[in-house]
Write a protein that binds this ligand. Structure first.
Ligand SMILES: C[S@@+](CC[C@H](N)C(=O)[O-])C[C@H]1O[C@@H](n2cnc3c(N)ncnc32)[C@H](O)[C@@H]1O
Length: 279
């Protein structure tokens, strides 16, 4: 079995697998948390109604739906290893494709916009997939990748969160997730030949708002038993972390969502809006 097949399986059977009864709620909370920032960023790209867009790792579908509503003369491909939560009937502009990004490709120059959120961090050969994603853009097309950068668990002011977060990060890393890839993304965009590269960050963590606290509560519920089985946490530590999530005295930022963007150069290097125009 190849490394990539193993890792696709790691996602399909791991801490975020879609057979878990709470995973669809977790994905929807992720959307509620990050969609406002994602939509504000994409809005600044001046999406043309004829654009062809690709949403990679489309999850529960909100970004693909949002894009489909903006391209009445174009189209959106929502691609995912397991697209069971995406409604293919949302729009005639939307098509859903079950695919493993590690293994499968699109024709070069197919898309005006390629977007992915919280996906590349999961891919074992993310740098190679990034090169391929650039090739899928037409000249002048935009790549927007968003991934989570995790701050060190040890820096949390709350001991019970330090324990829970350390266990969570250990389990994510064991599943093959790169906890720091997000920070490297803008530099990799430049290395891949993209221009007008820019980045924005969105904080995540405890006590920021009710949606994020619910996301963390569900995460503890969903992953708690796996973390105990792996010897990373005890039931008592999970209970303490759960109590903290319910009554956190002040926010504790533990992640940054890095949103990176860049544009494939046109043959004549004509310029459009620069990075600060869409930041
Ligand atoms: C954490 S979820 C993020 C969902 C969505 N992008 C969002 O931000 O709301 C990651 C998504 O990537 C998909 N995924 C993971 N590995 C993949 C792969 N190798 N190929 C295609 N999709 C993959 C998962 O099935 C899942 O839907």
């Amino acid at each position: 079995m190849s490394e990539t097949t193993l890792t696709a399986e790691a996602y399909a059977t791991g801490l975020l697998n879609k057979d878990l009864p709470t995973e669809v709620s977790r994905l929807r909370l992720l959307e509620q948390t990050y969609d406002p920032g994602t939509f504000a960023l994409l809005e600044k790209l001046d999406i043309d109604p004829s654009w062809q867009c690709l949403e990679l790792g489309a999850g529960a579908g909100s970004v693909a739906y949002w894009l489909a509503d903006r391209v009445p003369y174009g189209g959106v491909v929502a691609a995912d290893l397991d697209p069971r939560f995406i409604d293919a009937d949302h729009s005639p502009q939307l098509s859903v494709r079950r695919m493993d990004l590690n293994e499968e490709d699109f024709a070069p120059g197919s898309f005006d916009l390629v977007h992915a959120r919280a996906v590349f961090m999961h891919l074992p050969r993310r740098e190679e997939v990034l090169q391929r994603a650039v090739s899928w853009l037409r000249p002048g097309g935009r790549l927007v990748l968003e991934d989570v950068y995790f701050l060190p668990a040890e820096d949390s002011p709350y001991p019970e969160w330090r324990q829970a977060q350390r266990a969570w990060l250990t389990a994510l890393a064991a599943q093959g997730i790169d906890l720091a890839w997000a920070r490297r993304t803008p530099s990799r965009f430049a290395a891949a030949g993209l221009e007008s590269v820019g980045v924005a960050v969105t904080p995540g963590g405890l006590g920021i708002d009710a949606v994020q606290d619910e996301l963390l509560r569900i995460r503890l519920l969903q992953s708690g038993h796996s973390l105990v089985d792996a010897g990373l946490l005890t039931e008592a530590q999970i209970d303490r972390a759960r109590t903290l999530v319910a009554h956190v005295p002040a926010p504790d930022v533990s992640t940054f969502l890095y949103s990176s963007w860049g544009r494939r150069p046109t043959a004549d290097r004509a310029v459009g809006p620069g990075p600060r125009d869409i930041a």
